[in-house]
Unconditional design. Structure first.
Length: 580
């Protein structure tokens, strides 16, 4: 069987890879891509670092949540792609606008970011907004879990309806929700209220914008996403895939009097195939099909609307918050009347050591100074109409030998494009696609959230050598210390219950032992994970002893965790408890 896959983005790459890997020689695949290279939004550039050197920047992929990107994680690990932790902090800077006096805050540098505007300390409205962000997280996760596990529930609720039903304050909307939504989807302030609640809340969850304190460090590709694309390309070629770049498909036409299709290229050449997978944006798929598009294809794919986004790589600090202590990985700036933009601080996201700030801004209010590169992309608008249309995709998938895939079939993320490509390929082969399920998000209570912050602060101060990683149920990752020449030991703990934090904060290492016995956490390495944790704690205790630090200990409600005498007793007690 001959199959044409049109589009070399994540959906097309996945579809082609799935076809070849699953059919084992029974399918001959040709992959078409109109650009010079594969990867779609994956874009990497090498630029001058301002000190005579060169730095490589990833412009299309900032990071991903391990819980909500299970297929991406599986594929990256299968290809042996090396990953590193990425900062996902954020800030909001609303400028004075009419009755709105403006508000600037963030979570990138702890309290100094949160209270960058000292006047906010005395504003009850500001503290109410912070409480509502905690509430919003729980409301959003509960809403998503309910709808994801009950597909019959109505997903037509708008953000305006969601906000009204939960009674969020005006400052919460103007200094948090609207800037983020308007900045991401280039929408007006009023336009935010018409967006699909399910889509928007999924975006907040998938990019950890619900996390106010102890924001997680999400993984990203260490050698930039282009390295992943290159590995996929190599695998495709090794399996016999024919890849045609710089090759724009003009149209896909039915064969006269026979099954199959003619794929007509822009230069006039054409080839015939038994089936076609269109891994391009919905409007582009309709354009390729032209007059042969069916009524259902026009109705369903036509419901997906896109926005054009102008994106700049630059070094203009005027598009960052005024107070430098507020600077975070993601920075949302603007006004409710004139709109918002989002600026990514690549130095922080991709751990770039450079005197110059490398910034990526989407739809800025004006052209930045010191522009390095400009390009444009389009992004699907998460409308209710589009969400309703996607529920009817089975009306067009494979009905006449043509399959459709793209991130527009989900929430617009790389994971959605990957899943869509996988499903299209499996459907073409006549197989049922078994997609991975997202694990349930861990929702801590107020007390558990507070103790989570305390425990995270303690580990952050206490662990200087060795690497302790906490992977929470639902995908959030907390990283403490780092492997170095003095200590290359690493321990990865999976936190299943937020009670873990309460136990550790209130009972020290005895609480840690009890939490382990009760199943509140486990270790990725079942054989040496616990031993490695002991070694990391003991080594860091010895480091602190030798340094004779003048800093005060971290006091929990019952005992100081870094008191050496109590530390020794508690470690021994924990060891005995675990052995028993």
């Amino acid at each position: 069987m001959r199959v044409a896959v049109v589009g070399g983005g994540v959906s097309g790459l996945t579809a082609a890879h799935e076809l070849l890997a699953t059919s084992r020689g029974g399918v001959h695949v040709t992959l078409y891509e109109q650009e010079e290279s594969l990867g779609g939004h994956a874009r990497a550039v090498a630029v001058d670092d301002g000190a005579g050197g060169c730095v490589k920047l990833d412009l299309g992929f900032m990071g991903f949540n391990q819980a909500t990107y299970p297929h991406m994680v599986e594929w990256l690990e299968g290809l042996g792609v090396e990953m590193e932790r990425s900062d996902m902090s954020f800030s909001v800077s609303t400028q004075p606008d009419g009755s709105n006096r403006g508000c600037e805050w963030g979570n990138g540098n702890g309290i100094s970011s949160l209270l960058a505007q000292k006047a906010n300390i005395l504003k009850t409205s500001f503290w109410r907004m912070l409480r509502e962000i905690f509430k919003f997280k729980n409301d959003a996760l509960a809403y998503l879990e309910n709808h994801e596990h009950n597909p019959d529930l109505d997903c037509n609720e708008t953000m305006g309806q969601f906000i009204q039903s939960h009674g969020y304050s005006l400052l919460f909307q103007e200094a948090y929700l609207i800037p983020v939504c308007a900045g991401m989807w280039s929408s007006s302030s009023q336009g935010v209220f018409s967006l699909s609640a399910f889509f928007v809340l999924s975006f907040f969850r998938n990019h950890d914008l619900l996390q106010l304190f102890c924001y997680p460090q999400l993984p990203t590709v260490k050698a930039r996403l282009q390295s992943f694309v290159d590995k996929v390309k190599g695998e495709l070629e090794s399996m016999g895939c024919r890849i045609k770049t710089n090759c724009r498909v003009k149209s896909v036409l039915s064969l006269d009097g026979a099954a199959g299709y003619r794929v007509l290229e822009n230069d006039g050449s054409e080839e015939t195939y038994d089936s076609v997978i269109l891994g391009v944006h919905a409007p582009n798929a309709l354009k390729v099909l032209g007059a042969e598009a069916t009524h259902h294809e026009l109705r369903i794919l036509g419901a997906c609307q896109y926005i054009q986004r102008d994106i700049y790589l630059h070094c203009d600090q005027n598009l960052m918050p005024q107070n430098s202590s507020t600077w975070s990985a993601w920075n949302f700036l603007g006004t409710t009347s004139r709109g918002f933009s989002v600026t990514y601080w690549l130095n922080r996201i991709q751990k770039i050591e450079s005197a110059s700030p490398f910034l990526v801004t989407i739809n800025p209010p004006c052209v930045p100074d010191r522009v390095v590169l400009k390009w444009s992309t389009s992004l699907p608008v998460p409308s209710v109409a589009a969400a309703k249309a996607y529920l009817q995709l089975d009306h067009i998938q494979g009905k006449r030998g043509i399959w459709f895939c793209g991130a527009y079939q989900g929430h617009g993320f790389h994971e959605d494009g990957l899943k869509a490509g996988k499903a299209a390929a499996q459907g073409l082969l006549g197989k049922k696609c078994q997609l991975l399920q997202n694990p349930k998000q861990m929702i801590p209570s107020w007390t558990e959230a507070g103790t989570r912050l305390l425990v995270a602060r303690f580990f952050n101060q206490f662990i200087s050598i060795g690497n302790l990683i906490l992977v929470e149920e639902g995908g959030s990752v907390l990283n403490f210390g780092k492997a170095c020449d003095k200590c290359r030991i690493k321990s990865v703990m999976r936190v299943h219950d937020p009670l873990f934090y309460w136990k550790v904060a209130t009972e020290g290492n005895l609480g840690l032992a009890e939490a382990y016995i009760n199943g509140c956490f486990s270790f990725l390495d079942k054989r040496e994970g616990l031993l490695n944790l002991f070694l990391i704690l003991i080594l860091n205790r010895d480091v602190r002893r030798s340094c004779r630090s003048a800093r005060k200990g971290f006091y929990t409600f019952n005992c100081p965790l870094n008191s050496n005498e109590l530390f020794d007793k508690n470690v021994v007690s924990m060891n005995l408890c675990v052995c028993d």
